[in-house]
Every structure is written in structure tokens, then in C-alpha cells.
Ligand binder design. Sequence first.
Ligand code: NI
Length: 174
Amino acid sequence: MHDDLKITLMGTPSLYQKSLFVQQFNSDLQRLVDTLYAAMYKFNGVGIAAPQIGINKRVIVFGFEKNPRYPGEESVSPTTLVNPEYEVLSEKLISGWEGCLSVPKIRGLVDRYEKIRYWGYNEKGELIKRDAEGFHARVVQHEVDHLDGILFPSRVRDLRNLCFEATMAEYSQE
Ligand code: NI
């Protein structure tokens, strides 16, 4: 039923729009969430935001056990956040390489807050509130950016740190 899943790619105008808050927790929302998980798993993402499947609503899902795209990172349980928000718990920024299903084959070095507290609702309307740090916090900041029309390349401060994955792999060998 999710055979026709497609990811909206960089350059598509809707990816640069601010998404709308969800008003109703109904079956449309449940279908959207189901589709987001299906797309995330199909394309091996660690997170995905509704605008990436062409829906400008404030819904993200994320989570992974072991992800081949991000080896060595600890697991995060599958989490749905409707109307997510976060506050910064530490002003400390850390740099890390990011990728995005909407920006295939490219990685960029992006600064993110190390520690945040985020909250939002699951598809049933139940409040979820957590403190997160490191990669977990990075993923949430990346996905919430999508809801505000921001793709990670615009967060790369030095464009020399925007690279093709294949080229990086070539030059990271000894
Ligand atoms: Ni992304």
C-alpha cells in the first residue's frame, strides 16, 4: 500500500515553506504518520518530516536501532511528534555530519545544540516530553527545521564542508 512512496527533493518549493500546525487528531493524521514510518524505513532514514512526503503539516517521526547510514550511534525508540517544539538546555553547540533523504548522496557539517528538551504529541494526542542530547537532539533539531522550511545545507557554515558521500569516503581512507 506504500509502494508509491516518494521523497520530496531539495529544490521543491514546498520544502521551503513553514508547515501548518495540526488541529485534529483524526484518521487523516494516523494515515500520515503511518506513511511517514513506511517512508523512513523504506529509505533507511533516522527521521523524516511530513514536508518530505509533500505534506506541509507539523509532524515528524524518528528513531532507529542500528542505522547503516549512522553506524555507532545509540538507539532511539520510534517516536511520533505532532506540533513539536524544543528548548535549548545548554548553549553548547556540537558539529556533526548530517544527511537528509531530501538531499541524497550529500553530507554536511552542521552545528546543533548539544542538549535540548523537546515536546509534542503522538498520533493519539498524548503529550511526549523528553530531554535529549547528542545525536538524538541533533535529529530532532534537523526534523523540526524541516517544518520551518529549512534544509541542512543552509546550516553548513563553511561550504567546503558540504560534500558528496562518495567523495568523503574516498578521501577518508588512509
Ligand atoms: Ni532531513
